[in-house]
Write a protein that binds this ligand. Structure first.
Ligand SMILES: O=C(O)CCC(=O)C(=O)O
Ligand SMILES: [Fe+2]
Length: 261
């Protein structure tokens, strides 16, 4: 891994990564845009204008949820987002995880409109997710200030967890004081460790955020409460793992046929 990213990650528990394959990212965003256009009934061709001004459709409650779900279902069923995001950052993801990778089955698409009170409170993903997972948080528009998320770098996350055990108000005050807002343009992604405290403020900018988030882990690493088969899909295997799994399959078949004689 690029030593700067490695140092940043070790020190802070996160790093900001430039896309390795911008045309794949643009293509992915374009496909999501085409589906969203159809669902919403937008006639124009400007993806940024459409995503950023999405709140001007004034969709709320069940109607918003139904349209959001049809875009998400389309992504899950047709776009193979886990594989595509891997192809956008192949080297970085292999550097983090190793060559034997599984990807979260469903990618989350977040559409955070201005003044939506349903923002994610302070939390960390592990536990329940495994600490051996990495989240790729990929904005589809430029994100800044409250049109983004914030996180507590590793040393502050550790301190905040200690405070959480003692005094909730002190934990919240500490988190507020040390949280770092993620300000990145389209074309970069945040890679962060599952143990970092993070959250989402109420978006008080005048633009809607569209972003994806997905988790990757090594197939041989420990799982959290989210089981391998239920929550992850196989993405790639090293040549060694391919031979070894094939060998184990044959040995198992042989053993079971011998014991049934
Ligand atoms: O993007 C969001 O609003 C939620 C982000 C988050 O909590 C995550 O990716 O784990
Ligand atoms: Fe989270």
């Amino acid at each position: 891994m690029n030593t700067i990213h490695e140092q940043n990650f070790l020190e802070h528990g996160f790093c900001i990564i430039d896309v390795e394959n911008i045309s794949k990212l643009t293509e992915l965003r374009e496909k999501i845009f085409q589906k969203a256009k159809e669902v919403i009934g937008y006639q124009g061709n400007n993806v940024e204008e459409f995503f950023n001004n999405f709140h001007n459709y004034h969709l709320e409650g069940a109607e918003l949820n139904e349209k959001r779900m049809s875009i998400i279902n389309y992504c899950t069923q047709n776009l193979d987002v886990g594989k595509t995001i891997y192809e956008i950052f192949p080297q970085t993801i292999i550097d983090f995880i190793g060559p034997d990778i599984v990807a979260q089955k469903t990618t989350n698409l977040v559409i955070q409109q201005p003044h939506d009170p349903n923002a994610e409170a302070l939390h960390r993903d592990s536990p329940a997710n495994s600490p051996f997972e990495i989240t790729v948080w990929l904005p589809l528009v430029d994100v800044y200030k409250t049109k983004s998320m914030y996180l507590l770098p590793l040393p502050h996350s550790k301190k905040a967890i200690e405070l959480l055990g003692e005094n909730y108000e002190a934990f919240v005050a500490f988190a507020k004081q040390h949280s770092q807002s993620i300000e990145i343009p389209f074309g970069k992604a945040l890679f962060f460790w599952q143990g970092l405290i993070h959250g989402v403020p109420v978006n008080v900018e005048n633009e809607t955020r569209w972003s994806l988030n997905i988790r990757y882990k090594n197939i041989f690493s420990p799982c959290g409460t989210k089981g391998l088969i239920e929550f992850f899909d196989m993405l790639r295997l090293s040549p060694l793992a391919k031979i070894a799994f094939e060998y184990e399959k044959k040995s198992y078949a042989q053993e079971t046929s011998e014991t049934s004689k």
